[in-house]
Design a protein around this ligand. Structure first.
Ligand code: PEP
Ligand code: MG
Length: 890
């Protein structure tokens, strides 16, 4: 017996577990069967499973006899249920053939309607429907769709023929065409087919059917379907099912109609039916925008001031039936449904139901409302929200209805949307922003010296750099929208003009960037402000009661801390102290320190920095009011700080009393071929201990100063880029000595921890040893990914997209942790670290700490906390709750 073809509707049994499995029958097929099984009016049909699709795509061979027999039997089921014959010239059965994958991909794959019509059956249809015009119109629609989808013809040819036919008659719209007009158009369409293909339009309904089945299978591998899957992280190996279903007609006169509807408003979440419909039309008319659809409900129609009647008013009986179905479906699926329906001469039929897509705002409202209604419980509500979708609510977003003139697309590096005037350097950004202008900072790439400009700008756009490039990390931390790695940008030598895509722009021209999808657009696109409504808070509260892991934030400024606290952070997981050095008035002291020839020279520069650092830490400790703060000692890839132009060397020469030549020579000495693998992290602390001494002193002096007034801070001093136990031993002793000295000077003693980052494979392997010296580990998965993969995080943007497209990595490993590879090192270090120090505190502070899939991995691995940039804190709270609920359910 064949078990890849499943019937539904009529008197088909609905007991087969495989039929209910969406991976086998697809979302549409499974739901059609389920709707039929609860007694809803579904036209009878059958589903061919995704397994047949995969077999077809892999083997490319002809269909098996087994499958052909099963399809023939399933057709009999439809014929019997509706009392018509497939190919019967007197009373023909017509079917629709539609795709239906496990995960819905709206509009991405193919559909053929009215299949079964030919030169003879069209007459039968005319006779049985009593409507000749309808029959010929259906036939020409069929040839047009079949020609496009199955015969791979240019649909423009048919459209052109239709236009000419109307012109000849002096008609303005399709509705003026009469039966004989459609009939002659059918003749013309058939002529086009035979002329284009050198063969006749297939008259045998079985041949038509198999052609359509093949086309639906093929559409799984169409370019647009592949792109959609890539953008939505849908695996490429699922395949699509095919649904063959008896046609019902919404175009059989004024008591017929077709429409799409949602059981709740998909954009606001309001508990009100929402939908569109058209009288006397077929499905594609609603979507294709040929006629403007009408509102479903009276309330909506009145609200929008439309004059064409709503379905509620025009077809009260069918509408009442539809409303009953809405309630039944919500009760059954316990979620908002997106429905396609047809009314054929007053009788309602359902063609599809699926869980409706919704905005983040609507998702929150529906989840909270449904808990209130007793439809779902809190856990289901938490699990139902896509954490990443919360991003939509945390940043201004572009109005989805506004037109977009897209110039190019880069990486969606930091969410949110922004419009502003192009500025091509940081100083101009600051200057123009200072006079109240909105600017977008456009750079080839950003460096620490651009920070002030990035801060002043509404958004940042770079030609180079990946998702963890300087621009991306800093922008996310600041909550600035950013598009990075948009390679179709070049900045002209004059530094005042740039080409984007293939258009020329000058400073001052307005562009818009969308950090959610990487688009760069000309001009200003309207935005909508974020709204942290009550439902958001409710879901967050519920999430907090269900999560195990703590959520901290990566923050360096008081403003970031306050922002993260307002988003619910429970501490700082990573304070990158080098970011505090980027400030324009400090960079000179930092450069003096780096370029000093001796310890003495360095100490002089460090003395300038100490009070500044201390003030920074005091502000942070105060803001964090007793929450733990992990402060990482300096880890600058040195090249980020070195002066570049003559002007900068001249300035520095003046400040230090050394000659520009001397400074240049020293800078050349410090030049590294591979700064990311160079003299950074704890290596700097080992070679120039006075730097870490100054920082440790600033931390402890600040902590002691704050301790007296209110919540005592708990500093956690973190040593970066450790590879060996000995490095940590040396630096830990240094930190302890400074702490002791400061405590005795101030007379205040504080609890503090010393720990390390695990961001090198050797550190992960040696975690047992290293844990002897560390009270905590924080996984620096940016560097751990870089060093494990041997892929430079600064250059990855150039080729990783291709890697993801080719399926080599499921996602960018700098965005979503490479669980299979890098994840093993995290697990191993966790086990070894805990074994040698059971109480060790474990967290993650790489960019992955804000990525839901990586957070789920952290939960499964048993980490104590994740740390994310401030705007990702709510996402991490929700994702952590989901992970712990899912893990608990296992
Ligand atoms: C890391 O490497 O994951 C990390 C958090 O440190 P940084 O990004 O500052 O190198
Ligand atoms: Mg690092």
């Amino acid at each position: 017996m064949n078990d890849t073809v499943f019937t539904f509707g009529g008197d088909a049994p609905h007991t087969n577990a495989r039929q209910k499995d969406k991976t086998i029958t697809g979302g549409k097929g499974a739901n059609l069967a389920e709707m039929a099984s609860i007694g809803l009016p579904v036209p009878p049909g059958f589903t061919i499973s995704t397994e047949e699709c995969l077999r077809y795509l892999q083997q490319g061979a002809d269909f098996s006899d087994d499958l052909r027999d099963a399809v023939a039997n399933a057709l009999k089921h439809i014929e019997k249920s509706v009392g018509k014959g497939f190919g019967d010239e007197g009373d023909p059965l017509l079917v629709s053939v539609r795709s239906g994958a496990a995960i819905s991909m709206p509009g991405m794959m193919d559909t053929v309607l009215n299949l079964g019509l030919n030169d003879e059956t069209v007459k039968g249809l005319a006779a049985t429907s009593g409507d000749e015009r309808f029959a010929w119109d259906s036939y020409r629609r069929f040839i047009q769709m079949y020609g496009d989808v199955v015969l791979d013809m240019d649909h423009g040819l048919f459209e052109e023929a239709l236009e000419i036919a109307k012109e000849d008659k002096g008609f303005y719209s399709d509705t003026e065409m009469e039966a004989s007009d459609w009939q002659s158009l059918v003749g013309e369409y058939k002529r086009i087919v035979s002329e284009e293909l050198g063969r006749e339009f297939p008259q045998d309904p079985h041949e038509q059917l198999w052609g359509a089945i093949r086309a639906v299978f093929d559409s799984w591998d169409s370019e647009r379907a592949k792109v959609y899957r890539r953008l939505n992280d849908i695996p490429h190996d699922l395949g699509t099912a095919v649904n063959v279903q008896a046609m019902v007609f919404g175009n059989m006169g004024d008591s017929s109609a077709t429409g799409v509807a949602f059981t709740r408003d998909p954009s606001t979440g309001e508990k009100a039916y929402y939908g569109e419909w058209l009288v006397n039309a077929q499905g594609e008319d609603v979507v294709a925008g040929i006629r403007t659809p009408q509102f479903l409900t009276k309330a909506r129609r009145e609200q929008s001031g439309a004059d064409k009647p709503s379905m509620e008013e025009a077809m009260p009986e069918a509408y009442a039936e539809l409303a009953r179905v809405f309630e039944l479906l919500e009760q059954h699926y316990k979620d908002m449904q997106d429905i396609e329906f047809t009314v054929q001469q007053g009788q309602l039929f359902l063609l599809q139901t699926r869980t409706g897509k919704r905005t983040a705002k609507a998702a929150l409202k529906m989840a909270v409302d449904m808990v209130g209604e007793g439809l779902i419980d809190e856990k289901t509500a938490i699990l139902r929200i896509d954490p990443m979708a919360l991003d939509q609510l945390l940043h201004p977003t572009l109005d989805p209805d506004a037109p977009r003139d897209v110039l190019t697309t880069g990486l969606p590096a930091s969410p949110g949307a922004a419009s502003g005037k192009i500025v091509l350097d940081a100083d101009t950004a600051e200057l123009w922003a200072g006079r109240g202008e909105k600017v977008i900072l456009v750079r080839v790439e950003t460096s620490p010296e651009d920070i002030h400009g990035m801060h002043a700008a509404q958004g940042i756009l770079t030609a180079r750099g990946g998702m963890t490039s300087h621009a991306a990390v800093v922008a996310r931390g600041m909550g600035r929208p950013c598009v990075s790695g948009a390679s179709a940008i070049s900045i002209q030598r004059d530094g005042r003009t740039a080409s984007i895509g293939n258009r020329e722009f000058k400073e001052g021209d307005v562009i818009t960037i969308d950090g959610a999808n990487g688009q760069v657009m000309a001009g200003e696109v309207a935005t909508i402000e974020p709204e942290l409504a009550g439902d958001f808070g409710t879901i967050m509260e519920w999430a907090d009661t269900h999560r195990r892991m703590k959520v901290r934030t990566n923050a360096e400024t008081e403003a970031d801390c306050r922002m993260a606290l307002s988003f619910g952070t429970e501490g700082i997981g990573l304070c990158r102290t080098e970011h505090m050095f980027f400030d324009a008035d400090r960079i000179s002291a930092v450069r003096q320190m780096i370029l000093a020839e001796s310890e003495e020279g360095r100490r002089k520069a460090l003395a300038l920095l100490l009070p500044e650092q201390r003030a920074d830490f005091e502000a942070i400790f105060r803001a964090m009011a007793g929450h733990p703060c992990t402060i990482r000692l300096l880890d600058p890839p040195l090249h980020e700080f070195l002066p570049t132009g003559d002007e900068e060397f001249a300035e520095l020469a003046q400040a230090t009393g050394r000659s520009a030549e001397q400074l240049k020579r020293r800078a050349a000495e410090l030049h590294e071929f591979n700064p990311m693998l160079g003299h950074r992290g704890c290596r700097l602390g080992i070679t120039f201990p006075e730097i870490y001494e100054m920082q440790a002193r600033a931390i402890f002096e600040a902590a002691c100063a704050v301790a007296g007034n209110g919540d005592a801070p708990v500093p956690e001093v973190m040593i970066p880029l450790v590879a060996t136990r000995r490095e940590l031993e040396i630096l830990r002793a240094l930190v302890d000595d400074v702490a002791k000295a400061v405590f005795s000077e101030t007379g205040v003693a504080l609890e503090y921890l010393v720990g390390t980052m695990i961001e090198l494979p050797r550190a992960a392997l040696m975690a047992g040893e290293i844990a002897q010296e560390a009270e905590f580990f924080s996984f620096g998965t940016n560097d751990l990914t870089q060093t494990t993969l041997g892929v430079s995080r600064d250059d990855a943007g150039r080729f990783l997209t291709t890697y993801v497209e080719r399926g080599i990595f499921p996602r960018d490993p700098f965005v979503s942790l490479d669980i299979e590879g890098v994840g093993q090192l995290v697990e191993l270090a966790t086990q070894r670290g805990r074994k040698s120090r059971p109480q060790i505190k474990l967290g993650i502070c790489g960019e992955h700490g804000g990525d839901p899939a990586s957070i789920a991995f952290c939960e499964a691995t048993g980490l104590d906390y994740v740390s994310a940039s401030p705007y990702r804190v709510p996402i991490a709270r929700l994702a952590a709750a989901q992970a712990s609920l899912r893990d608990g359910a296992k």
